[in-house]
Design a protein around this ligand. Structure first.
Ligand code: CA
Length: 240
């Protein structure tokens, strides 16, 4: 999906924030429309099938998580990417939203640059439901500095093979399959579990620490998203 002319629906009850998002979206070449309630959003989305939804979580009638749940339950709307807009301290809601299938989030007050980077990323890669990298046999990341060979179960770091445990490999794979997208610990456990060992939230953190140590100079690509989970970062987006 190209950025230009993509249709974005902004679901936000605070007029100044809705206008700010609209302004930056239109400046980036998107077509934007605003609605101020969850119920109206569901009607408009069903009718117009926007390419992207920017969804505030605190809405007067139907909250953002419920809107997200309904959209992801419906065959017609489940592939439309969702970027949540949240307030500080709403980490539990962010986790819930991502596990419901929202693709990303920004926290208020957000910088327009971060917001637009997130929207672009989501538009470029489509919704999480499609799992685009699932069939690839190798992932080439960080301008070729990191190569994950899924057939051979090998990781090359600056052309040097590094030895990862099955769990470390699984965690790196689930994150790197969708760079820029946060995965919660439960999602990581869900993806890696069964392939080898039983994981808990706490052991995910331990494995990530070991994984980072083995990645050496590339360790910063596995980014901690405090209170939410982990993200594979190509260094393009910085929260400020
Ligand atoms: Ca609100």
């Amino acid at each position: 999906m190209s950025i230009a002319k993509a249709q974005v629906l902004i679901v936000e009850d605070e007029p100044e924030i809705a206008e700010l998002i609209e302004f930056h979206a239109e400046r980036a070449g998107l077509r934007a429309r605003k609605v101020h309630s969850g119920r109206i959003a569901l009607e408009v989305i069903k009718r117009e099938k926007p390419d992207l939804i920017v969804l505030d979580l605190m809405l007067p009638d139907l909250d953002g998580l419920e809107v997200c749940r309904r959209l992801k339950q419906s065959e017609e709307t489940r592939n439309i990417p969702i970027v949540m807009v949240t307030a500080k301290g709403e980490e539990a809601d962010i986790v819930a939203g991502i596990e419901l299938g929202a693709d990303d989030y920004v926290t208020k007050p957000f910088s327009p640059r971060v917001l637009m980077a997130r929207l672009r990323n989501v538009l470029r890669r489509g919704s999480v439901v499609e799992e685009p990298a699932a069939n690839a046999d190798r992932l080439v990341l960080l301008d070729g500095k990191l190569i994950i060979d899924l057939d051979r179960h090998e990781v090359l770091c600056d052309k040097v093979k590094i030895d990862l445990t099955l769990t470390e490999f699984g965690i790196l794979h689930v994150l790197a399959a969708r760079p820029g997208f946060v995965r919660t610990r439960d999602q990581i456990i869900g993806s890696v579990h069964g392939k080898n060992t039983v994981l808990s939230s706490r052991t995910v953190d331990v494995h990530v620490t070991a994984l980072r140590r083995k990645l050496g100079a590339l360790s910063e690509c596995v980014e901690t998203v405090r209170g939410v989970g982990y993200r594979f970062s190509e260094g393009a987006i910085e929260e400020d």
